[in-house]
Design a protein around this ligand. Structure first.
Ligand code: GDP
Ligand code: IMO
Ligand code: MG
Length: 409
């Protein structure tokens, strides 16, 4: 049995928390896309783990984690993260496997990434981790794969700085590298959890291009980026917040506006601790965008939604969600490709009464206040997708499971 967990918005939906929660019953956790641009948070009791490259299942002592084919790996960032985990008493040796087909982010790619973004007429606001450059090098067939540095075949073609950088990691990487596709094929009877990075709206094909990342954030990426066929996927879980956030530039039709929404953005940012895990940048915040969420559900065949951050709305008198956009006097009901429409559209909002109750200790759907249940039921109806997991706080235990996920229905 396997599950794919993806972000259904612009990233930072709480994938780390949900993956950690579901990983309890997994044997293997596979990251299939992105690199050190991701920042996935896991909170267990008093400890907060911030992961960038290492799959979120690592916190459990017995899980195998895999850095899959579709990832772009900066060895310096990886070993810094592993050292950090070691210091936090997470014993990872023997449990972290790296795909021989994954691509390597070289030091110069990070520099180029930052220089290119600074020169752009419309900067994307990248994380500066060399992600776009690594994927571009891969696409133009000038990239460096893990296998190419292990057998040292490409080292002589690199400049001195890159070649000596890589040489310092070869022995350590070598011990962890395998053909992960064949490993997963042989272990398909086990419970495998595929962890997405970023989110559908940051996917280069489905997202708000060019304000996207460069790896596959969609569910399809799980098969491509880990080397299993698409028919092997059993269940797709889309993680979404009770509102919307995005970091960096790009269209955001439901973004809170001072003139319309007053101090709402500041309130949500403080209560939801909406600051980027990787760059520390404040996240832009806005209403839940149902047009975008329904699009994410449709384009990814999402079987279950995991709704997070519901507790952030606890003190609100009312909350709103966007059910369509208005552009040049016309109603827009499908998520548009056009940046012009996305930038100029105004959200058509509907209002819900707030529940004005702290829900952080609720452990079942029935324990939630009626008004919170109503909001959830609205999301289910609008997207045609059940909300099977509800997160009412950042801790592992603050999670409501409405339907068993590790069962084929
Ligand atoms: P990811 O990139 O999707 O893994 O998400 P991040 O870790 O970047 O950001 C999510 C943030 O929200 C983290 O600080 C989590 O600890 C926190 N978080 C996750 N779920 C909830 C929730 O239900 N309520 C609240 N208040 N915080 C949450
Ligand atoms: P997780 O996995 C939120 C954003 C960046 C920028 C754009 C391109 O934690 O959800 P990049 O460095 O990837 O070329 O930047 O994508 N971005 C993310 N935003 N969460 C992420 O990952 C992100 N990864 C990249 O802010 O706007
Ligand atoms: Mg994140």
């Amino acid at each position: 049995m396997n599950l794919v967990v993806i972000g259904a918005q612009w990233g930072d939906e709480g994938k780390g928390k949900i993956v950690d929660y579901l990983a309890r019953e997994a044997d293997i956790v596979v990251r299939y896309s992105g690199g050190a641009n991701a920042g996935h948070t896991v909170v267990t009791d008093d400890t907060t783990y911030k992961l960038h490259l290492v799959p979120s299942g690592i916190i459990y002592p017995d899980k195998i984690v895999v850095l899959g084919i579709g990832m772009v790996i900066d060895p310096e960032a990886l070993f810094n993260e592993l050292n950090m985990l070691e210091k936090m008493d997470v014993r990872w040796k023997g449990r972290v496997l790296i795909s021989d087909r994954a691509h390597i982010t070289l030091p110069q790619y990070k520099k180029i990434d930052m220089e290119m973004d600074a020169k752009r007429k419309r900067p994307i606001g990248t994380t500066g981790r060399g992600i776009g450059v690594t994927y571009a090098m891969k696409a133009q067939r000038d990239g460096v794969r893990v296998v190419d540095v292990l057998d040292r075949s490409l080292l002589k073609e690199l400049n001195h700085e890159d070649s000596s950088f890589i040489s310092g990691y070869i022995d350590r990487i070598s011990e962890m590298t395998i053909d992960t596709s064949s490993y997963l094929f042989k272990n398909m009877q086990k419970n495998i959890l595929f962890e997405g990075a970023q989110g559908v709206l940051l996917d280069p094909d489905l997202g708000t291009y060019p304000y996207v990342s460069s790896g596959y954030s969609s569910a399809a990426g799980a098969s491509q980026g880990s080397g299993i066929g698409p028919k092997s996927i059993d269940r797709i879980i889309g993680v979404c917040k009770a509102y919307s956030t995005r970091v960096g530039n790009g269209p955001f039709p439901t973004e809170f506006k001072k003139e319309r929404d007053g101090q709402l953005e500041e309130k949500i940012r403080e209560k939801g601790r909406e600051y980027g895990v990787t760059t520390g940048r404040p996240r832009r915040c806005g209403y839940l965008d149902m047009v975008a969420l329904r699009y994410a559900c449709r384009t990814n065949c999402i079987d279950s939604l995991a709704l997070t951050h519901l507790d952030v709305y606890d003190e609100m008198d009312e909350l709103k969600a966007c059910v369509a956009y208005e552009y040049q006097g016309k109603k827009v009901e499908e998520f548009p490709a056009s940046l012009e429409v996305l930038n100029k559209a105004t959200p058509v909002l509907i209002t819900f009464k707030g529940w004005k109750t702290a829900i952080g200790s609720c452990r079942s759907f029935d324990e939630l206040p009626r008004k919170a249940r109503k909001y959830i039921e609205f999301i289910e109806e609008f997207t045609g997708t059940p909300v099977d997991i509800i997160s009412v706080g950042y801790e592992r235990k603050q999670t409501i499971l409405r339907r068993e996920m590790w069962i084929k229905y």
